[in-house]
Write a protein that binds this ligand. Sequence first.
Ligand SMILES: [Zn+2]
Length: 276
Amino acid sequence: MDFINKLFNKQKIECPRCLGKGNVDWDDIKRLKNELKWIPGQCAYCNGSGTTSKSLQSNIPVDTSYLTIDLNSEEQNKIKNGDKDSLKRAENYDIQTNKLLNEIEFLHFTGKMNPTLIADFYLLNNREEGFDSQSKNEMLDYVNNVINSKKESKDQNSKFVSNQTELNNEILRDYKFLKGLYNDSYFPPFLLDKCKSILIDLCFKIENNQTTNLDELYKFSHASTERINDLENEFYNNGSEIETGAREIIAEDFNFISITYGFDADIEELIATRNW
Ligand SMILES: [Zn+2]
């Protein structure tokens, strides 16, 4: 058995999740962007050994939030061996978790619910499982963490998109991009902010290049469309999608930008490179 182990374990590398410590700490969690999904503890990726086989990463990404020591060992082994059903469960788990995070964000920032109320709301849903004051505090801490982290990224994003007020064109300076989508909890606000900043960037490109040529406009609008394409996975991972309604609203914004800068463009041609 020793011989077999040696033979197959030859290709051992330092565990990319815990960096060889055998346990995952807050630095690892931040590095792998799982702040709201993990807490420090033994590393499930290497089983606390600090090393993994070289092939593991091709079976399962190191940041897979589903794979923690809380998962039963049978399922841990399955997913490490690249079992398709387990990987599907991992994907669903991540989508559900992201949905919960977006829901908390929506209840707080749009629904104006305070953290205690939100925590009570989730505990009520799980009433049949019973809960004590400890789980109530844990839930409240979690809700507060989510809100604080979303607040931080909102501040960063608003810095990023606040430059709309620096546009030369008065109409676009005051224009409400992505009308209606912000009131729909199906669309994570931080992803809408990303779309919005892409549209504002397009305005800046037109202004800075003093574009009057239709071909040049198409070149710019295609590049912006492709940047929105790149968000597709992020939408999907957050249980959302640029579906028909959103597609029309985004297309209208492209058209509005074009008309406002005096172009007579074809709306379908503006977004010809879209995947959505
Ligand atoms: Zn590890």
